[in-house]
Design a protein around this ligand. Structure first.
Ligand SMILES: Nc1ncnc2c1ncn2[C@@H]1O[C@H](COP(=O)(O)OP(=O)(O)OP(=O)(O)O)[C@@H](O)[C@H]1O
Length: 248
């Protein structure tokens, strides 16, 4: 019997901007049900790599397989149809539309009938705690609600794997805790997660595996607590503030 392929497998990915290699031979294999935390200093190449995983940027070399399908040059829509959804660092919601309509747009990926899409959207809105503001204009929302809406829109596409790009950045500690709780509930629904995040509390409390980027390469991976206590990682790439946090 053949084993199932990994859910997502990126091999030897490189991306160059002119002569600068933002991603330089990075590989990552993600199994179903994992929560992966991508960390590393500013400019390490995390978002560029992440964009390749989601089909928003094509790598110059390397290959990406999603559920066994070669998606190296596939569009973001093809990724979405195969069950991959993402959030953006800066939420890309439609400001003039209501919260509910934004979520309905996501649900149209799999449901052609408006009533079916609306039913999925209402379920996701309830799940993400957005019901009290479902009719609000999206442009009027503050950061926490916009970030939540971004996640809701991605969930409405009914993904198997969700990529969160700094979905918790800019939140207060209380809001971060609420967002961590939401991510846990998403995972409990059977959704695999890849999280790019600078807030170490998020990685330490959520991720099964931390993958550390620096200068376009994966320089360490393992259990988050082990990785952040690795002296080489701390000294060379993540700075002393993280070192203190990891010991706390
Ligand atoms: N479109 C672009 N054109 C030129 N250089 C770019 C472009 N996008 C990213 N870069 C550069 O590539 C490098 C990697 O950027 P990237 O955003 O992937 O890093 P990151 O690890 O996500 O950083 P951060 O944590 O600050 O978001 C940086 O030096 C960045 O300036």
């Amino acid at each position: 019997m053949r084993a199932d392929p990994p859910l997502l497998e990126a091999r030897d990915i490189s991306v160059a901007f002119g002569s600068f290699r933002a991603v330089d031979g990075a590989s990552l294999t993600i199994g179903k049900g994992e929560i992966i935390g991508l960390i590393g200093p500013n400019g390490a190449g995390k978002s560029t790599f992440f964009n390749c995983l989601a089909g928003d940027r094509q790598p110059a070399s390397g290959s990406i397989r999603l559920r066994g399908h070669d998606v190296t040059r596939a569009s973001p829509e093809d990724h979405a149809r195969l069950g991959l959804a993402r959030s953006w660092q800066v939420p890309a919601v439609f400001d003039d539309m209501s919260v509910r309509d934004n979520v309905v747009v996501g649900a149209f990926l799999r449901h052609k009938r408006a009533s079916d899409a609306a039913a999925v959207a209402d379920r996701v809105i309830a799940f993400t705690g957005l019901a009290p503001i479902a009719q609000s204009r999206s442009g009027s929302l503050g950061t926490p609600a916009r970030k939540r809406l971004e996640i809701a829109r991605a969930l409405a596409t009914e993904p198997e794997i969700l990529l969160l790009d700094e979905a918790l950045a800019g939140l207060t500690p209380t809001e971060v805790r609420a967002a961590i709780e939401l991510v846990r509930r998403i995972h409990a629904q059977g959704i695999t997660l890849v999280i790019v995040e600078h807030v170490m509390e998020v990685i330490l409390s959520l991720a099964d595996r931390a993958v550390v980027f620096n200068q376009g390469r994966v320089i360490a991976e393992g259990k988050p607590r082990d990785v952040v206590q690795d002296p080489g990682v701390i000294e060379a790439y993540l700075g002393r503030s993280l070192s203190r946090k990891a010991r706390a």
